[in-house]
Ligand binder design. Structure first.
Ligand SMILES: Cc1cc2nc3c(=O)[nH]c(=O)nc-3n(C[C@H](O)[C@H](O)[C@H](O)COP(=O)(O)OP(=O)(O)OC[C@H]3O[C@@H](n4cnc5c(N)ncnc54)[C@H](O)[C@@H]3O)c2cc1C
Length: 528
């Protein structure tokens, strides 16, 4: 089946209802014997940990290959789309559901608010000198991301992966992923609407200082955004929601493409609110996966242990490193490569703001990113800049630029602390963020200096933040070129931890998903 047909079939499935409904259709309704048997099964040929980009690819391709597969996801299935209500909270209405097991908010433009530790939609981990954000829920980071779906420039891809072929990615894997995720650029009528004043201003200012913004594909659903503009559904993306999800389904998250397609194979089971706490091996060499079950309000209700022949660790960079470094250091998987945990990078994420006076901002500004620029040699490090917005600006004419860099030098290490029995980012310093920080603020300053009426603007924001944690289990170092972990037959890593600390000047989701697709094609073809 070609990609377009495959995608249309999946979208049809996704439109048919929730993932829970699909599960009922394939495994039996809750309360039936068949379903009880399915739900109590603990032994599988394959287990996938995490339902984000890497996990969703693994689940779909295993299911299509006829392999009985369990996907274990710590977070909830969120009741999205909801045309009328705010499901998860936003910057203006902070609620506990915005964060995974946190007691206080710590997010740009959110008033510090006390929270109950619940199974919220985004994990924000306060590591030393760096906050790390990632998705937590069925669909992983695709729930909270802003959908920008771009590759790095060819020369940085080739520097990162000298043994991968750019031509192969450019002609096979990137187009396949873009088609599956449904990435496209913002239509002109949306760009010219009031909530995207900030996008037009960003483009005009960048042009004024000598750059040519290019259109960037993203995975927003423009049909839903047309409905928001027409007032037939509650404004979400046009009101700036994205970081904590778009309740009306304005994003084409993995819950609308890869995941329903995986469940529809009838071979894949998904257990949400099931958190993996430890990995190990049986005496016969099979993999063990210890889990605890959670309620949506974060209470643990019990534990279980699963076994499998093939284990796909796709918990995202932060949690894959936590699971694997802990397993190696506590001796439950003693043969894991010694380099796992090293080579972490923040993708050079930086956030810069300025205020302008040439146009009124309008009461609220939309979240989808329309365009970006690439600055190869002008600043301390090669940098991509993207036009974002700031929910919480409340009509202030503020421009927000997200930048990310190709910094090949600054790296950190995840290490196990015997005292707390936790894995933490051990050695990140503010200095390691400096080249990227300098590049981002130099571009911002260039606009401030070059455009009349523009003035610096900043949030009092005492930390550095990455929404793009990467590395620790680098491809072609800790694994082979297909995510097979060295020295551990049947163990695979397919997520952001394969990317060696930087995407090379791009947002990560396209690279992660394309690398996972290529890996799964080989794993299925070669039987492991
Ligand atoms: C605010 C924000 C905006 C972003 N915008 C963009 C963007 O515009 N474009 C882009 O390309 N990228 C963006 N990203 C980054 C993107 O979301 C991530 O790079 C991507 O999701 C990583 O994919 P992954 O497969 O590594 O893991 P994830 O998508 O993070 O999935 C990992 C999954 O594993 C689950 N999990 C973790 N630990 C356990 C456990 N112990 N047991 C069971 N399950 C577990 C998690 O809940 C999660 O569902 C953004 C991120 C954030 C936070």
């Amino acid at each position: 089946m070609n990609e377009q047909m495959e995608r249309r079939r999946f979208l049809g499935l996704a439109a048919g209802g929730t993932l829970a409904a699909l599960t009922s259709a394939t495994l039996g309704a809750p309360g039936t014997l068949g379903r009880a048997l399915a739900d109590s099964r603990t032994d599988f040929p394959a287990i996938v940990i995490g339902s984000g980009f890497g996990g969703a690819v693994a689940a779909l391709r295993l299911g299509q290959a006829g392999v009985d597969t369990l996907v274990v996801e710590r977070g909830r299935e969120w009741p999205i789309p909801n045309d009328r209500d705010l499901v998860t909270g936003n910057q203006d209405h902070p609620v506990s559901q915005m964060f995974w097991m946190r007691r206080i908010t710590d997010w740009p433009a959110v008033v510090p608010t006390l929270l109950s530790p619940v199974a919220g939609i985004m994990e924000l981990s306060s590591e030393a000198n760096l906050n790390i954000a990632c998705g937590a829920g069925v669909g992983g980071g695709s729930l909270v991301y802003t959908g920008v779906t771009v590759p790095p420039p060819r020369k940085y891809f080739e520097r990162l992966y000298p043994r991968l072929s750019w031509e192969e990615f450019d002609t096979v894997w990137f187009p396949k992923v873009r088609a599956m995720l449904g990435a496209s650029t913002m239509p002109d009528d949306i760009y010219n609407s009031a909530p995207f004043t900030h996008s037009r201003v960003w483009d005009a200012h960048m042009s004024k200082v000598g750059y040519s913004p290019e259109l960037l594909p993203s995975t927003f659903d423009w049909d839903v955004i047309h409905k928001e503009l027409a007032g037939t559904v509650r404004p979400s993306a046009i009101a700036g929601e994205t970081d904590f999800g778009c309740s009306d389904g304005a994003k084409k998250s993995l819950t609308r493409n890869y995941l329903p397609a995986a469940l529809a194979t009838g071979k894949v089971q998904l257990r949400s609110l099931t958190e993996v706490v430890a990995l190990g091996r049986t005496p016969a060499g099979r993999y063990t996966v210890d889990v605890r079950h959670l309620t949506p309000d974060g209470k643990a209700t019990g534990t279980e242990s699963y076994v499998c022949d093939r284990l796909f660790v796709c918990a995202g960079t932060l949690n894959t490193n936590r699971l694997l470094v802990a397993a190696r250091e506590t001796g439950t998987l003693p043969d894991l490569p010694a380099d796992i945990g090293s080579g972490f990078g923040d993708n050079g994420d930086q956030f810069n703001l300025y205020a302008y006076t040439d146009l009124p901002a309008g009461p609220s500004q939309g979240s989808p990113c329309r365009s970006g620029t690439f600055h190869d040699t002008e600043f301390d490090v090669p940098m991509r800049a993207e036009s974002w917005q700031l929910l919480g600006a409340h009509g202030l004419p503020v421009i927000h630029t997200l930048s990310m860099t190709a910094d090949f030098d600054n790296r950190g290490t995840f290490a196990y602390d015997k005292l707390t029995r936790k894995v933490k980012l051990a050695d990140w310093t503010r200095e390691k963020s400096k080249p990227s920080e300098n590049a981002g603020s130099a571009l911002n300053q260039k606009v401030v200096n070059g455009v009349p009426g523009v003035v610096p603007y900043s949030l009092t924001w005492p930390f550095t933040l990455t929404a793009h944690p990467l590395g620790g289990v680098a491809l072609d170092r800790s694994t082979d070129l297909f995510g097979r972990v060295k020295g551990n037959k049947g163990l695979y890593v397919l997520d952001g931890s394969l990317i060696p600390g930087t995407v090379g000047g791009a947002n990560p989701s396209l690279s992660i998903t394309a690398i996972a697709e290529r890996a799964m094609a080989a794993i299925v073809r070669e039987g492991g």
